[in-house]
Ligand binder design. Structure first.
Ligand code: UGA
Length: 404
């Protein structure tokens, strides 16, 4: 098929390379000229495992452009533009702008418009009113850091459509994944995405609150609690890693968006609101651990990305921590294997540890596992529970969810 993808962020690019691998011809559209120019030279604008290699390997199936006109005779067009939360509410302007552009281009044919961007219920219906073409809601559940793997091996494929044939076409497109398919209405597909991300956020905030209690107890470690409760299939072991909080371009914006969307409908999402509040308090707790060690001095923050295997720092808790530490008067140096920031002086790993009075692990990169020996002599706060407490110097070590 000839497939358009509008919005070349992580979702658009992962979708693009995976479908290009299946032999489809991809027209990738973005308004960012620099991004398009880079992609034309086979340069991925972001770090995502496997992306650069896939881009090079299947480059012959790609056209990158800023010109919507090239979409006119495509079989389907994915909308994968961002849907930021502004002043606590979802901003759908980019999606509707794309829809208007598509209306002008697609009026000559029966291209199906597929919405992958995370959008509040009712959006597909509005897009349909704008474009008039068939619209399918096909939300994405990929995680950054494993975007390509997740796109190829999704847990499920959601197809929300009004027109059966349009839904069938999109269902067929993803058949190679062998994932179970759930056919729904537009609104159900849109709601499922928010329910999923909200539940994940709630799960992490829940274990983080349990971690708070563990810290006040003698001989109590939240990782043991998480392991044990995770063995109950109804709970499952995933997303039970206590830490300094959830960040990234999705969970923070989506939880806020659904809370305000529900409120506009006269409904309070009390549990999701509580999860957000719990998350906002994580940094305060790390700072108070730090103050237990030193009131001033040099802090090395290990990890800047919002999670491992990405260079993305959007809504990164590590970055917020750096800002808070600076405002508290600490001198901050940082190291990350992929991400960069202007908020702190970025140095090499060894240098970062050497300079530091206190080392804080803020992102759980594999590279930081097994650092126990190197950290000898330093105060250490493990914000992501990747170090072995039994190998650390007791009086110099604190960790999220680890009791006295
Ligand atoms: C999230 C969802 O996991 C995806 O399913 C969804 O498709 C995506 O949002 C989206 O809406 O597009 P992502 O933002 O890539 O994916 O990141 P997650 O893996 O969910 O991690 C989010 C944050 O939670 C990170 O800061 C991570 O460090 C933190 N986290 C995760 C924990 O603190 N503990 C855990 O056990 C898991």
């Amino acid at each position: 098929m000839k497939i358009g993808i509008v919005g070349l962020g992580v979702v658009g690019l992962a979708t693009g390379v995976v479908l290009a691998e299946q032999g489809h011809k991809i027209i990738g559209v973005d308004i960012d000229q620099n991004k398009v120019k880079g992609l034309e030279c086979k340069r991925s604008p972001i770090y995502e495992p496997g992306l650069q290699e896939m881009l090079e390997r299947y480059f012959h199936n790609f056209t990158f452009t800023t010109d919507y006109g090239l979409l006119f005779n495509t079989d389907l067009v994915f909308i994968t533009v961002s849907t930021p939360t502004i002043d606590g509410k979802i901003y759908l302007g980019y999606v509707f702008d794309v829809a208007k552009r598509l209306r002008d281009i697609l009026k000559r044919n029966d291209t199906i418009v597929v919405i992958k961007s995370t959008v509040v219920p009712g959006t597909a219906r509005k897009v349909k009113e704008i474009v008039k073409n068939d619209v399918v809601s096909n939300p994405e559940f990929l995680r950054e850091g494993s975007a390509i793997l997740d796109t190829k091996n999704p847990d499920r494929i959601m197809i929300g459509s009004e027109n059966k044939e349009a839904g069938d076409l999109v269902e067929n497109l993803w058949k190679f994944t062998n994932a179970p398919v759930i056919r729904t209405t537009w609104e159900e597909a849109e709601m499922i995405k928010y329910a999923a991300n909200s539940f994940l956020a709630v799960k992490i905030s829940f274990i983080n609150e349990i971690a708070n209690v563990c810290e006040k107890l003698k001989d109590c470690d939240v990782t043991v609690i998480a392991k044990a409760i995770g063995m109950d299939e109804r709970i499952s072991p995933y997303f039970l890693n206590a830490g300094i909080g959830w960040g990234g371009s999705c969970l923070p914006k989506d939880t806020q968006a659904i809370v305000s969307f529900a409120r506009d409908l006269g409904e309070e999402l009390k549990i999701v609101e509580a999860a957000i509040r719990v998350n906002n308090e994580r940094i305060k707790r790390v700072v108070s651990m730090l103050k237990g060690f030193i009131k001033e001095g040099n802090v090395c923050v290990l990890g800047v990305a919002f999670k491992p295997n990405t260079d993305d720092t959007r809504e990164s808790v590590a970055l917020k921590l750096i800002k808070t530490l600076k405002s508290e008067g600490y001198k901050v140096v940082a190291y990350d294997p992929k991400a960069i920031t202007n908020e702190a002086r970025m140095v090499g790993l060894d240098e970062c540890i050497r300079i530091a009075d206190v080392v804080i692990i803020a992102t759980e990169w594999d590279e930081f596992k097994g650092l126990e020996e190197k950290l000898r002599g330093k105060y250490v706060i493990d914000g992501r529970r990747i170090l072995d407490p039994s190998k650390m110097e007791k009086e110099k070590f604190k960790a999220v969810g680890l009791g006295e």
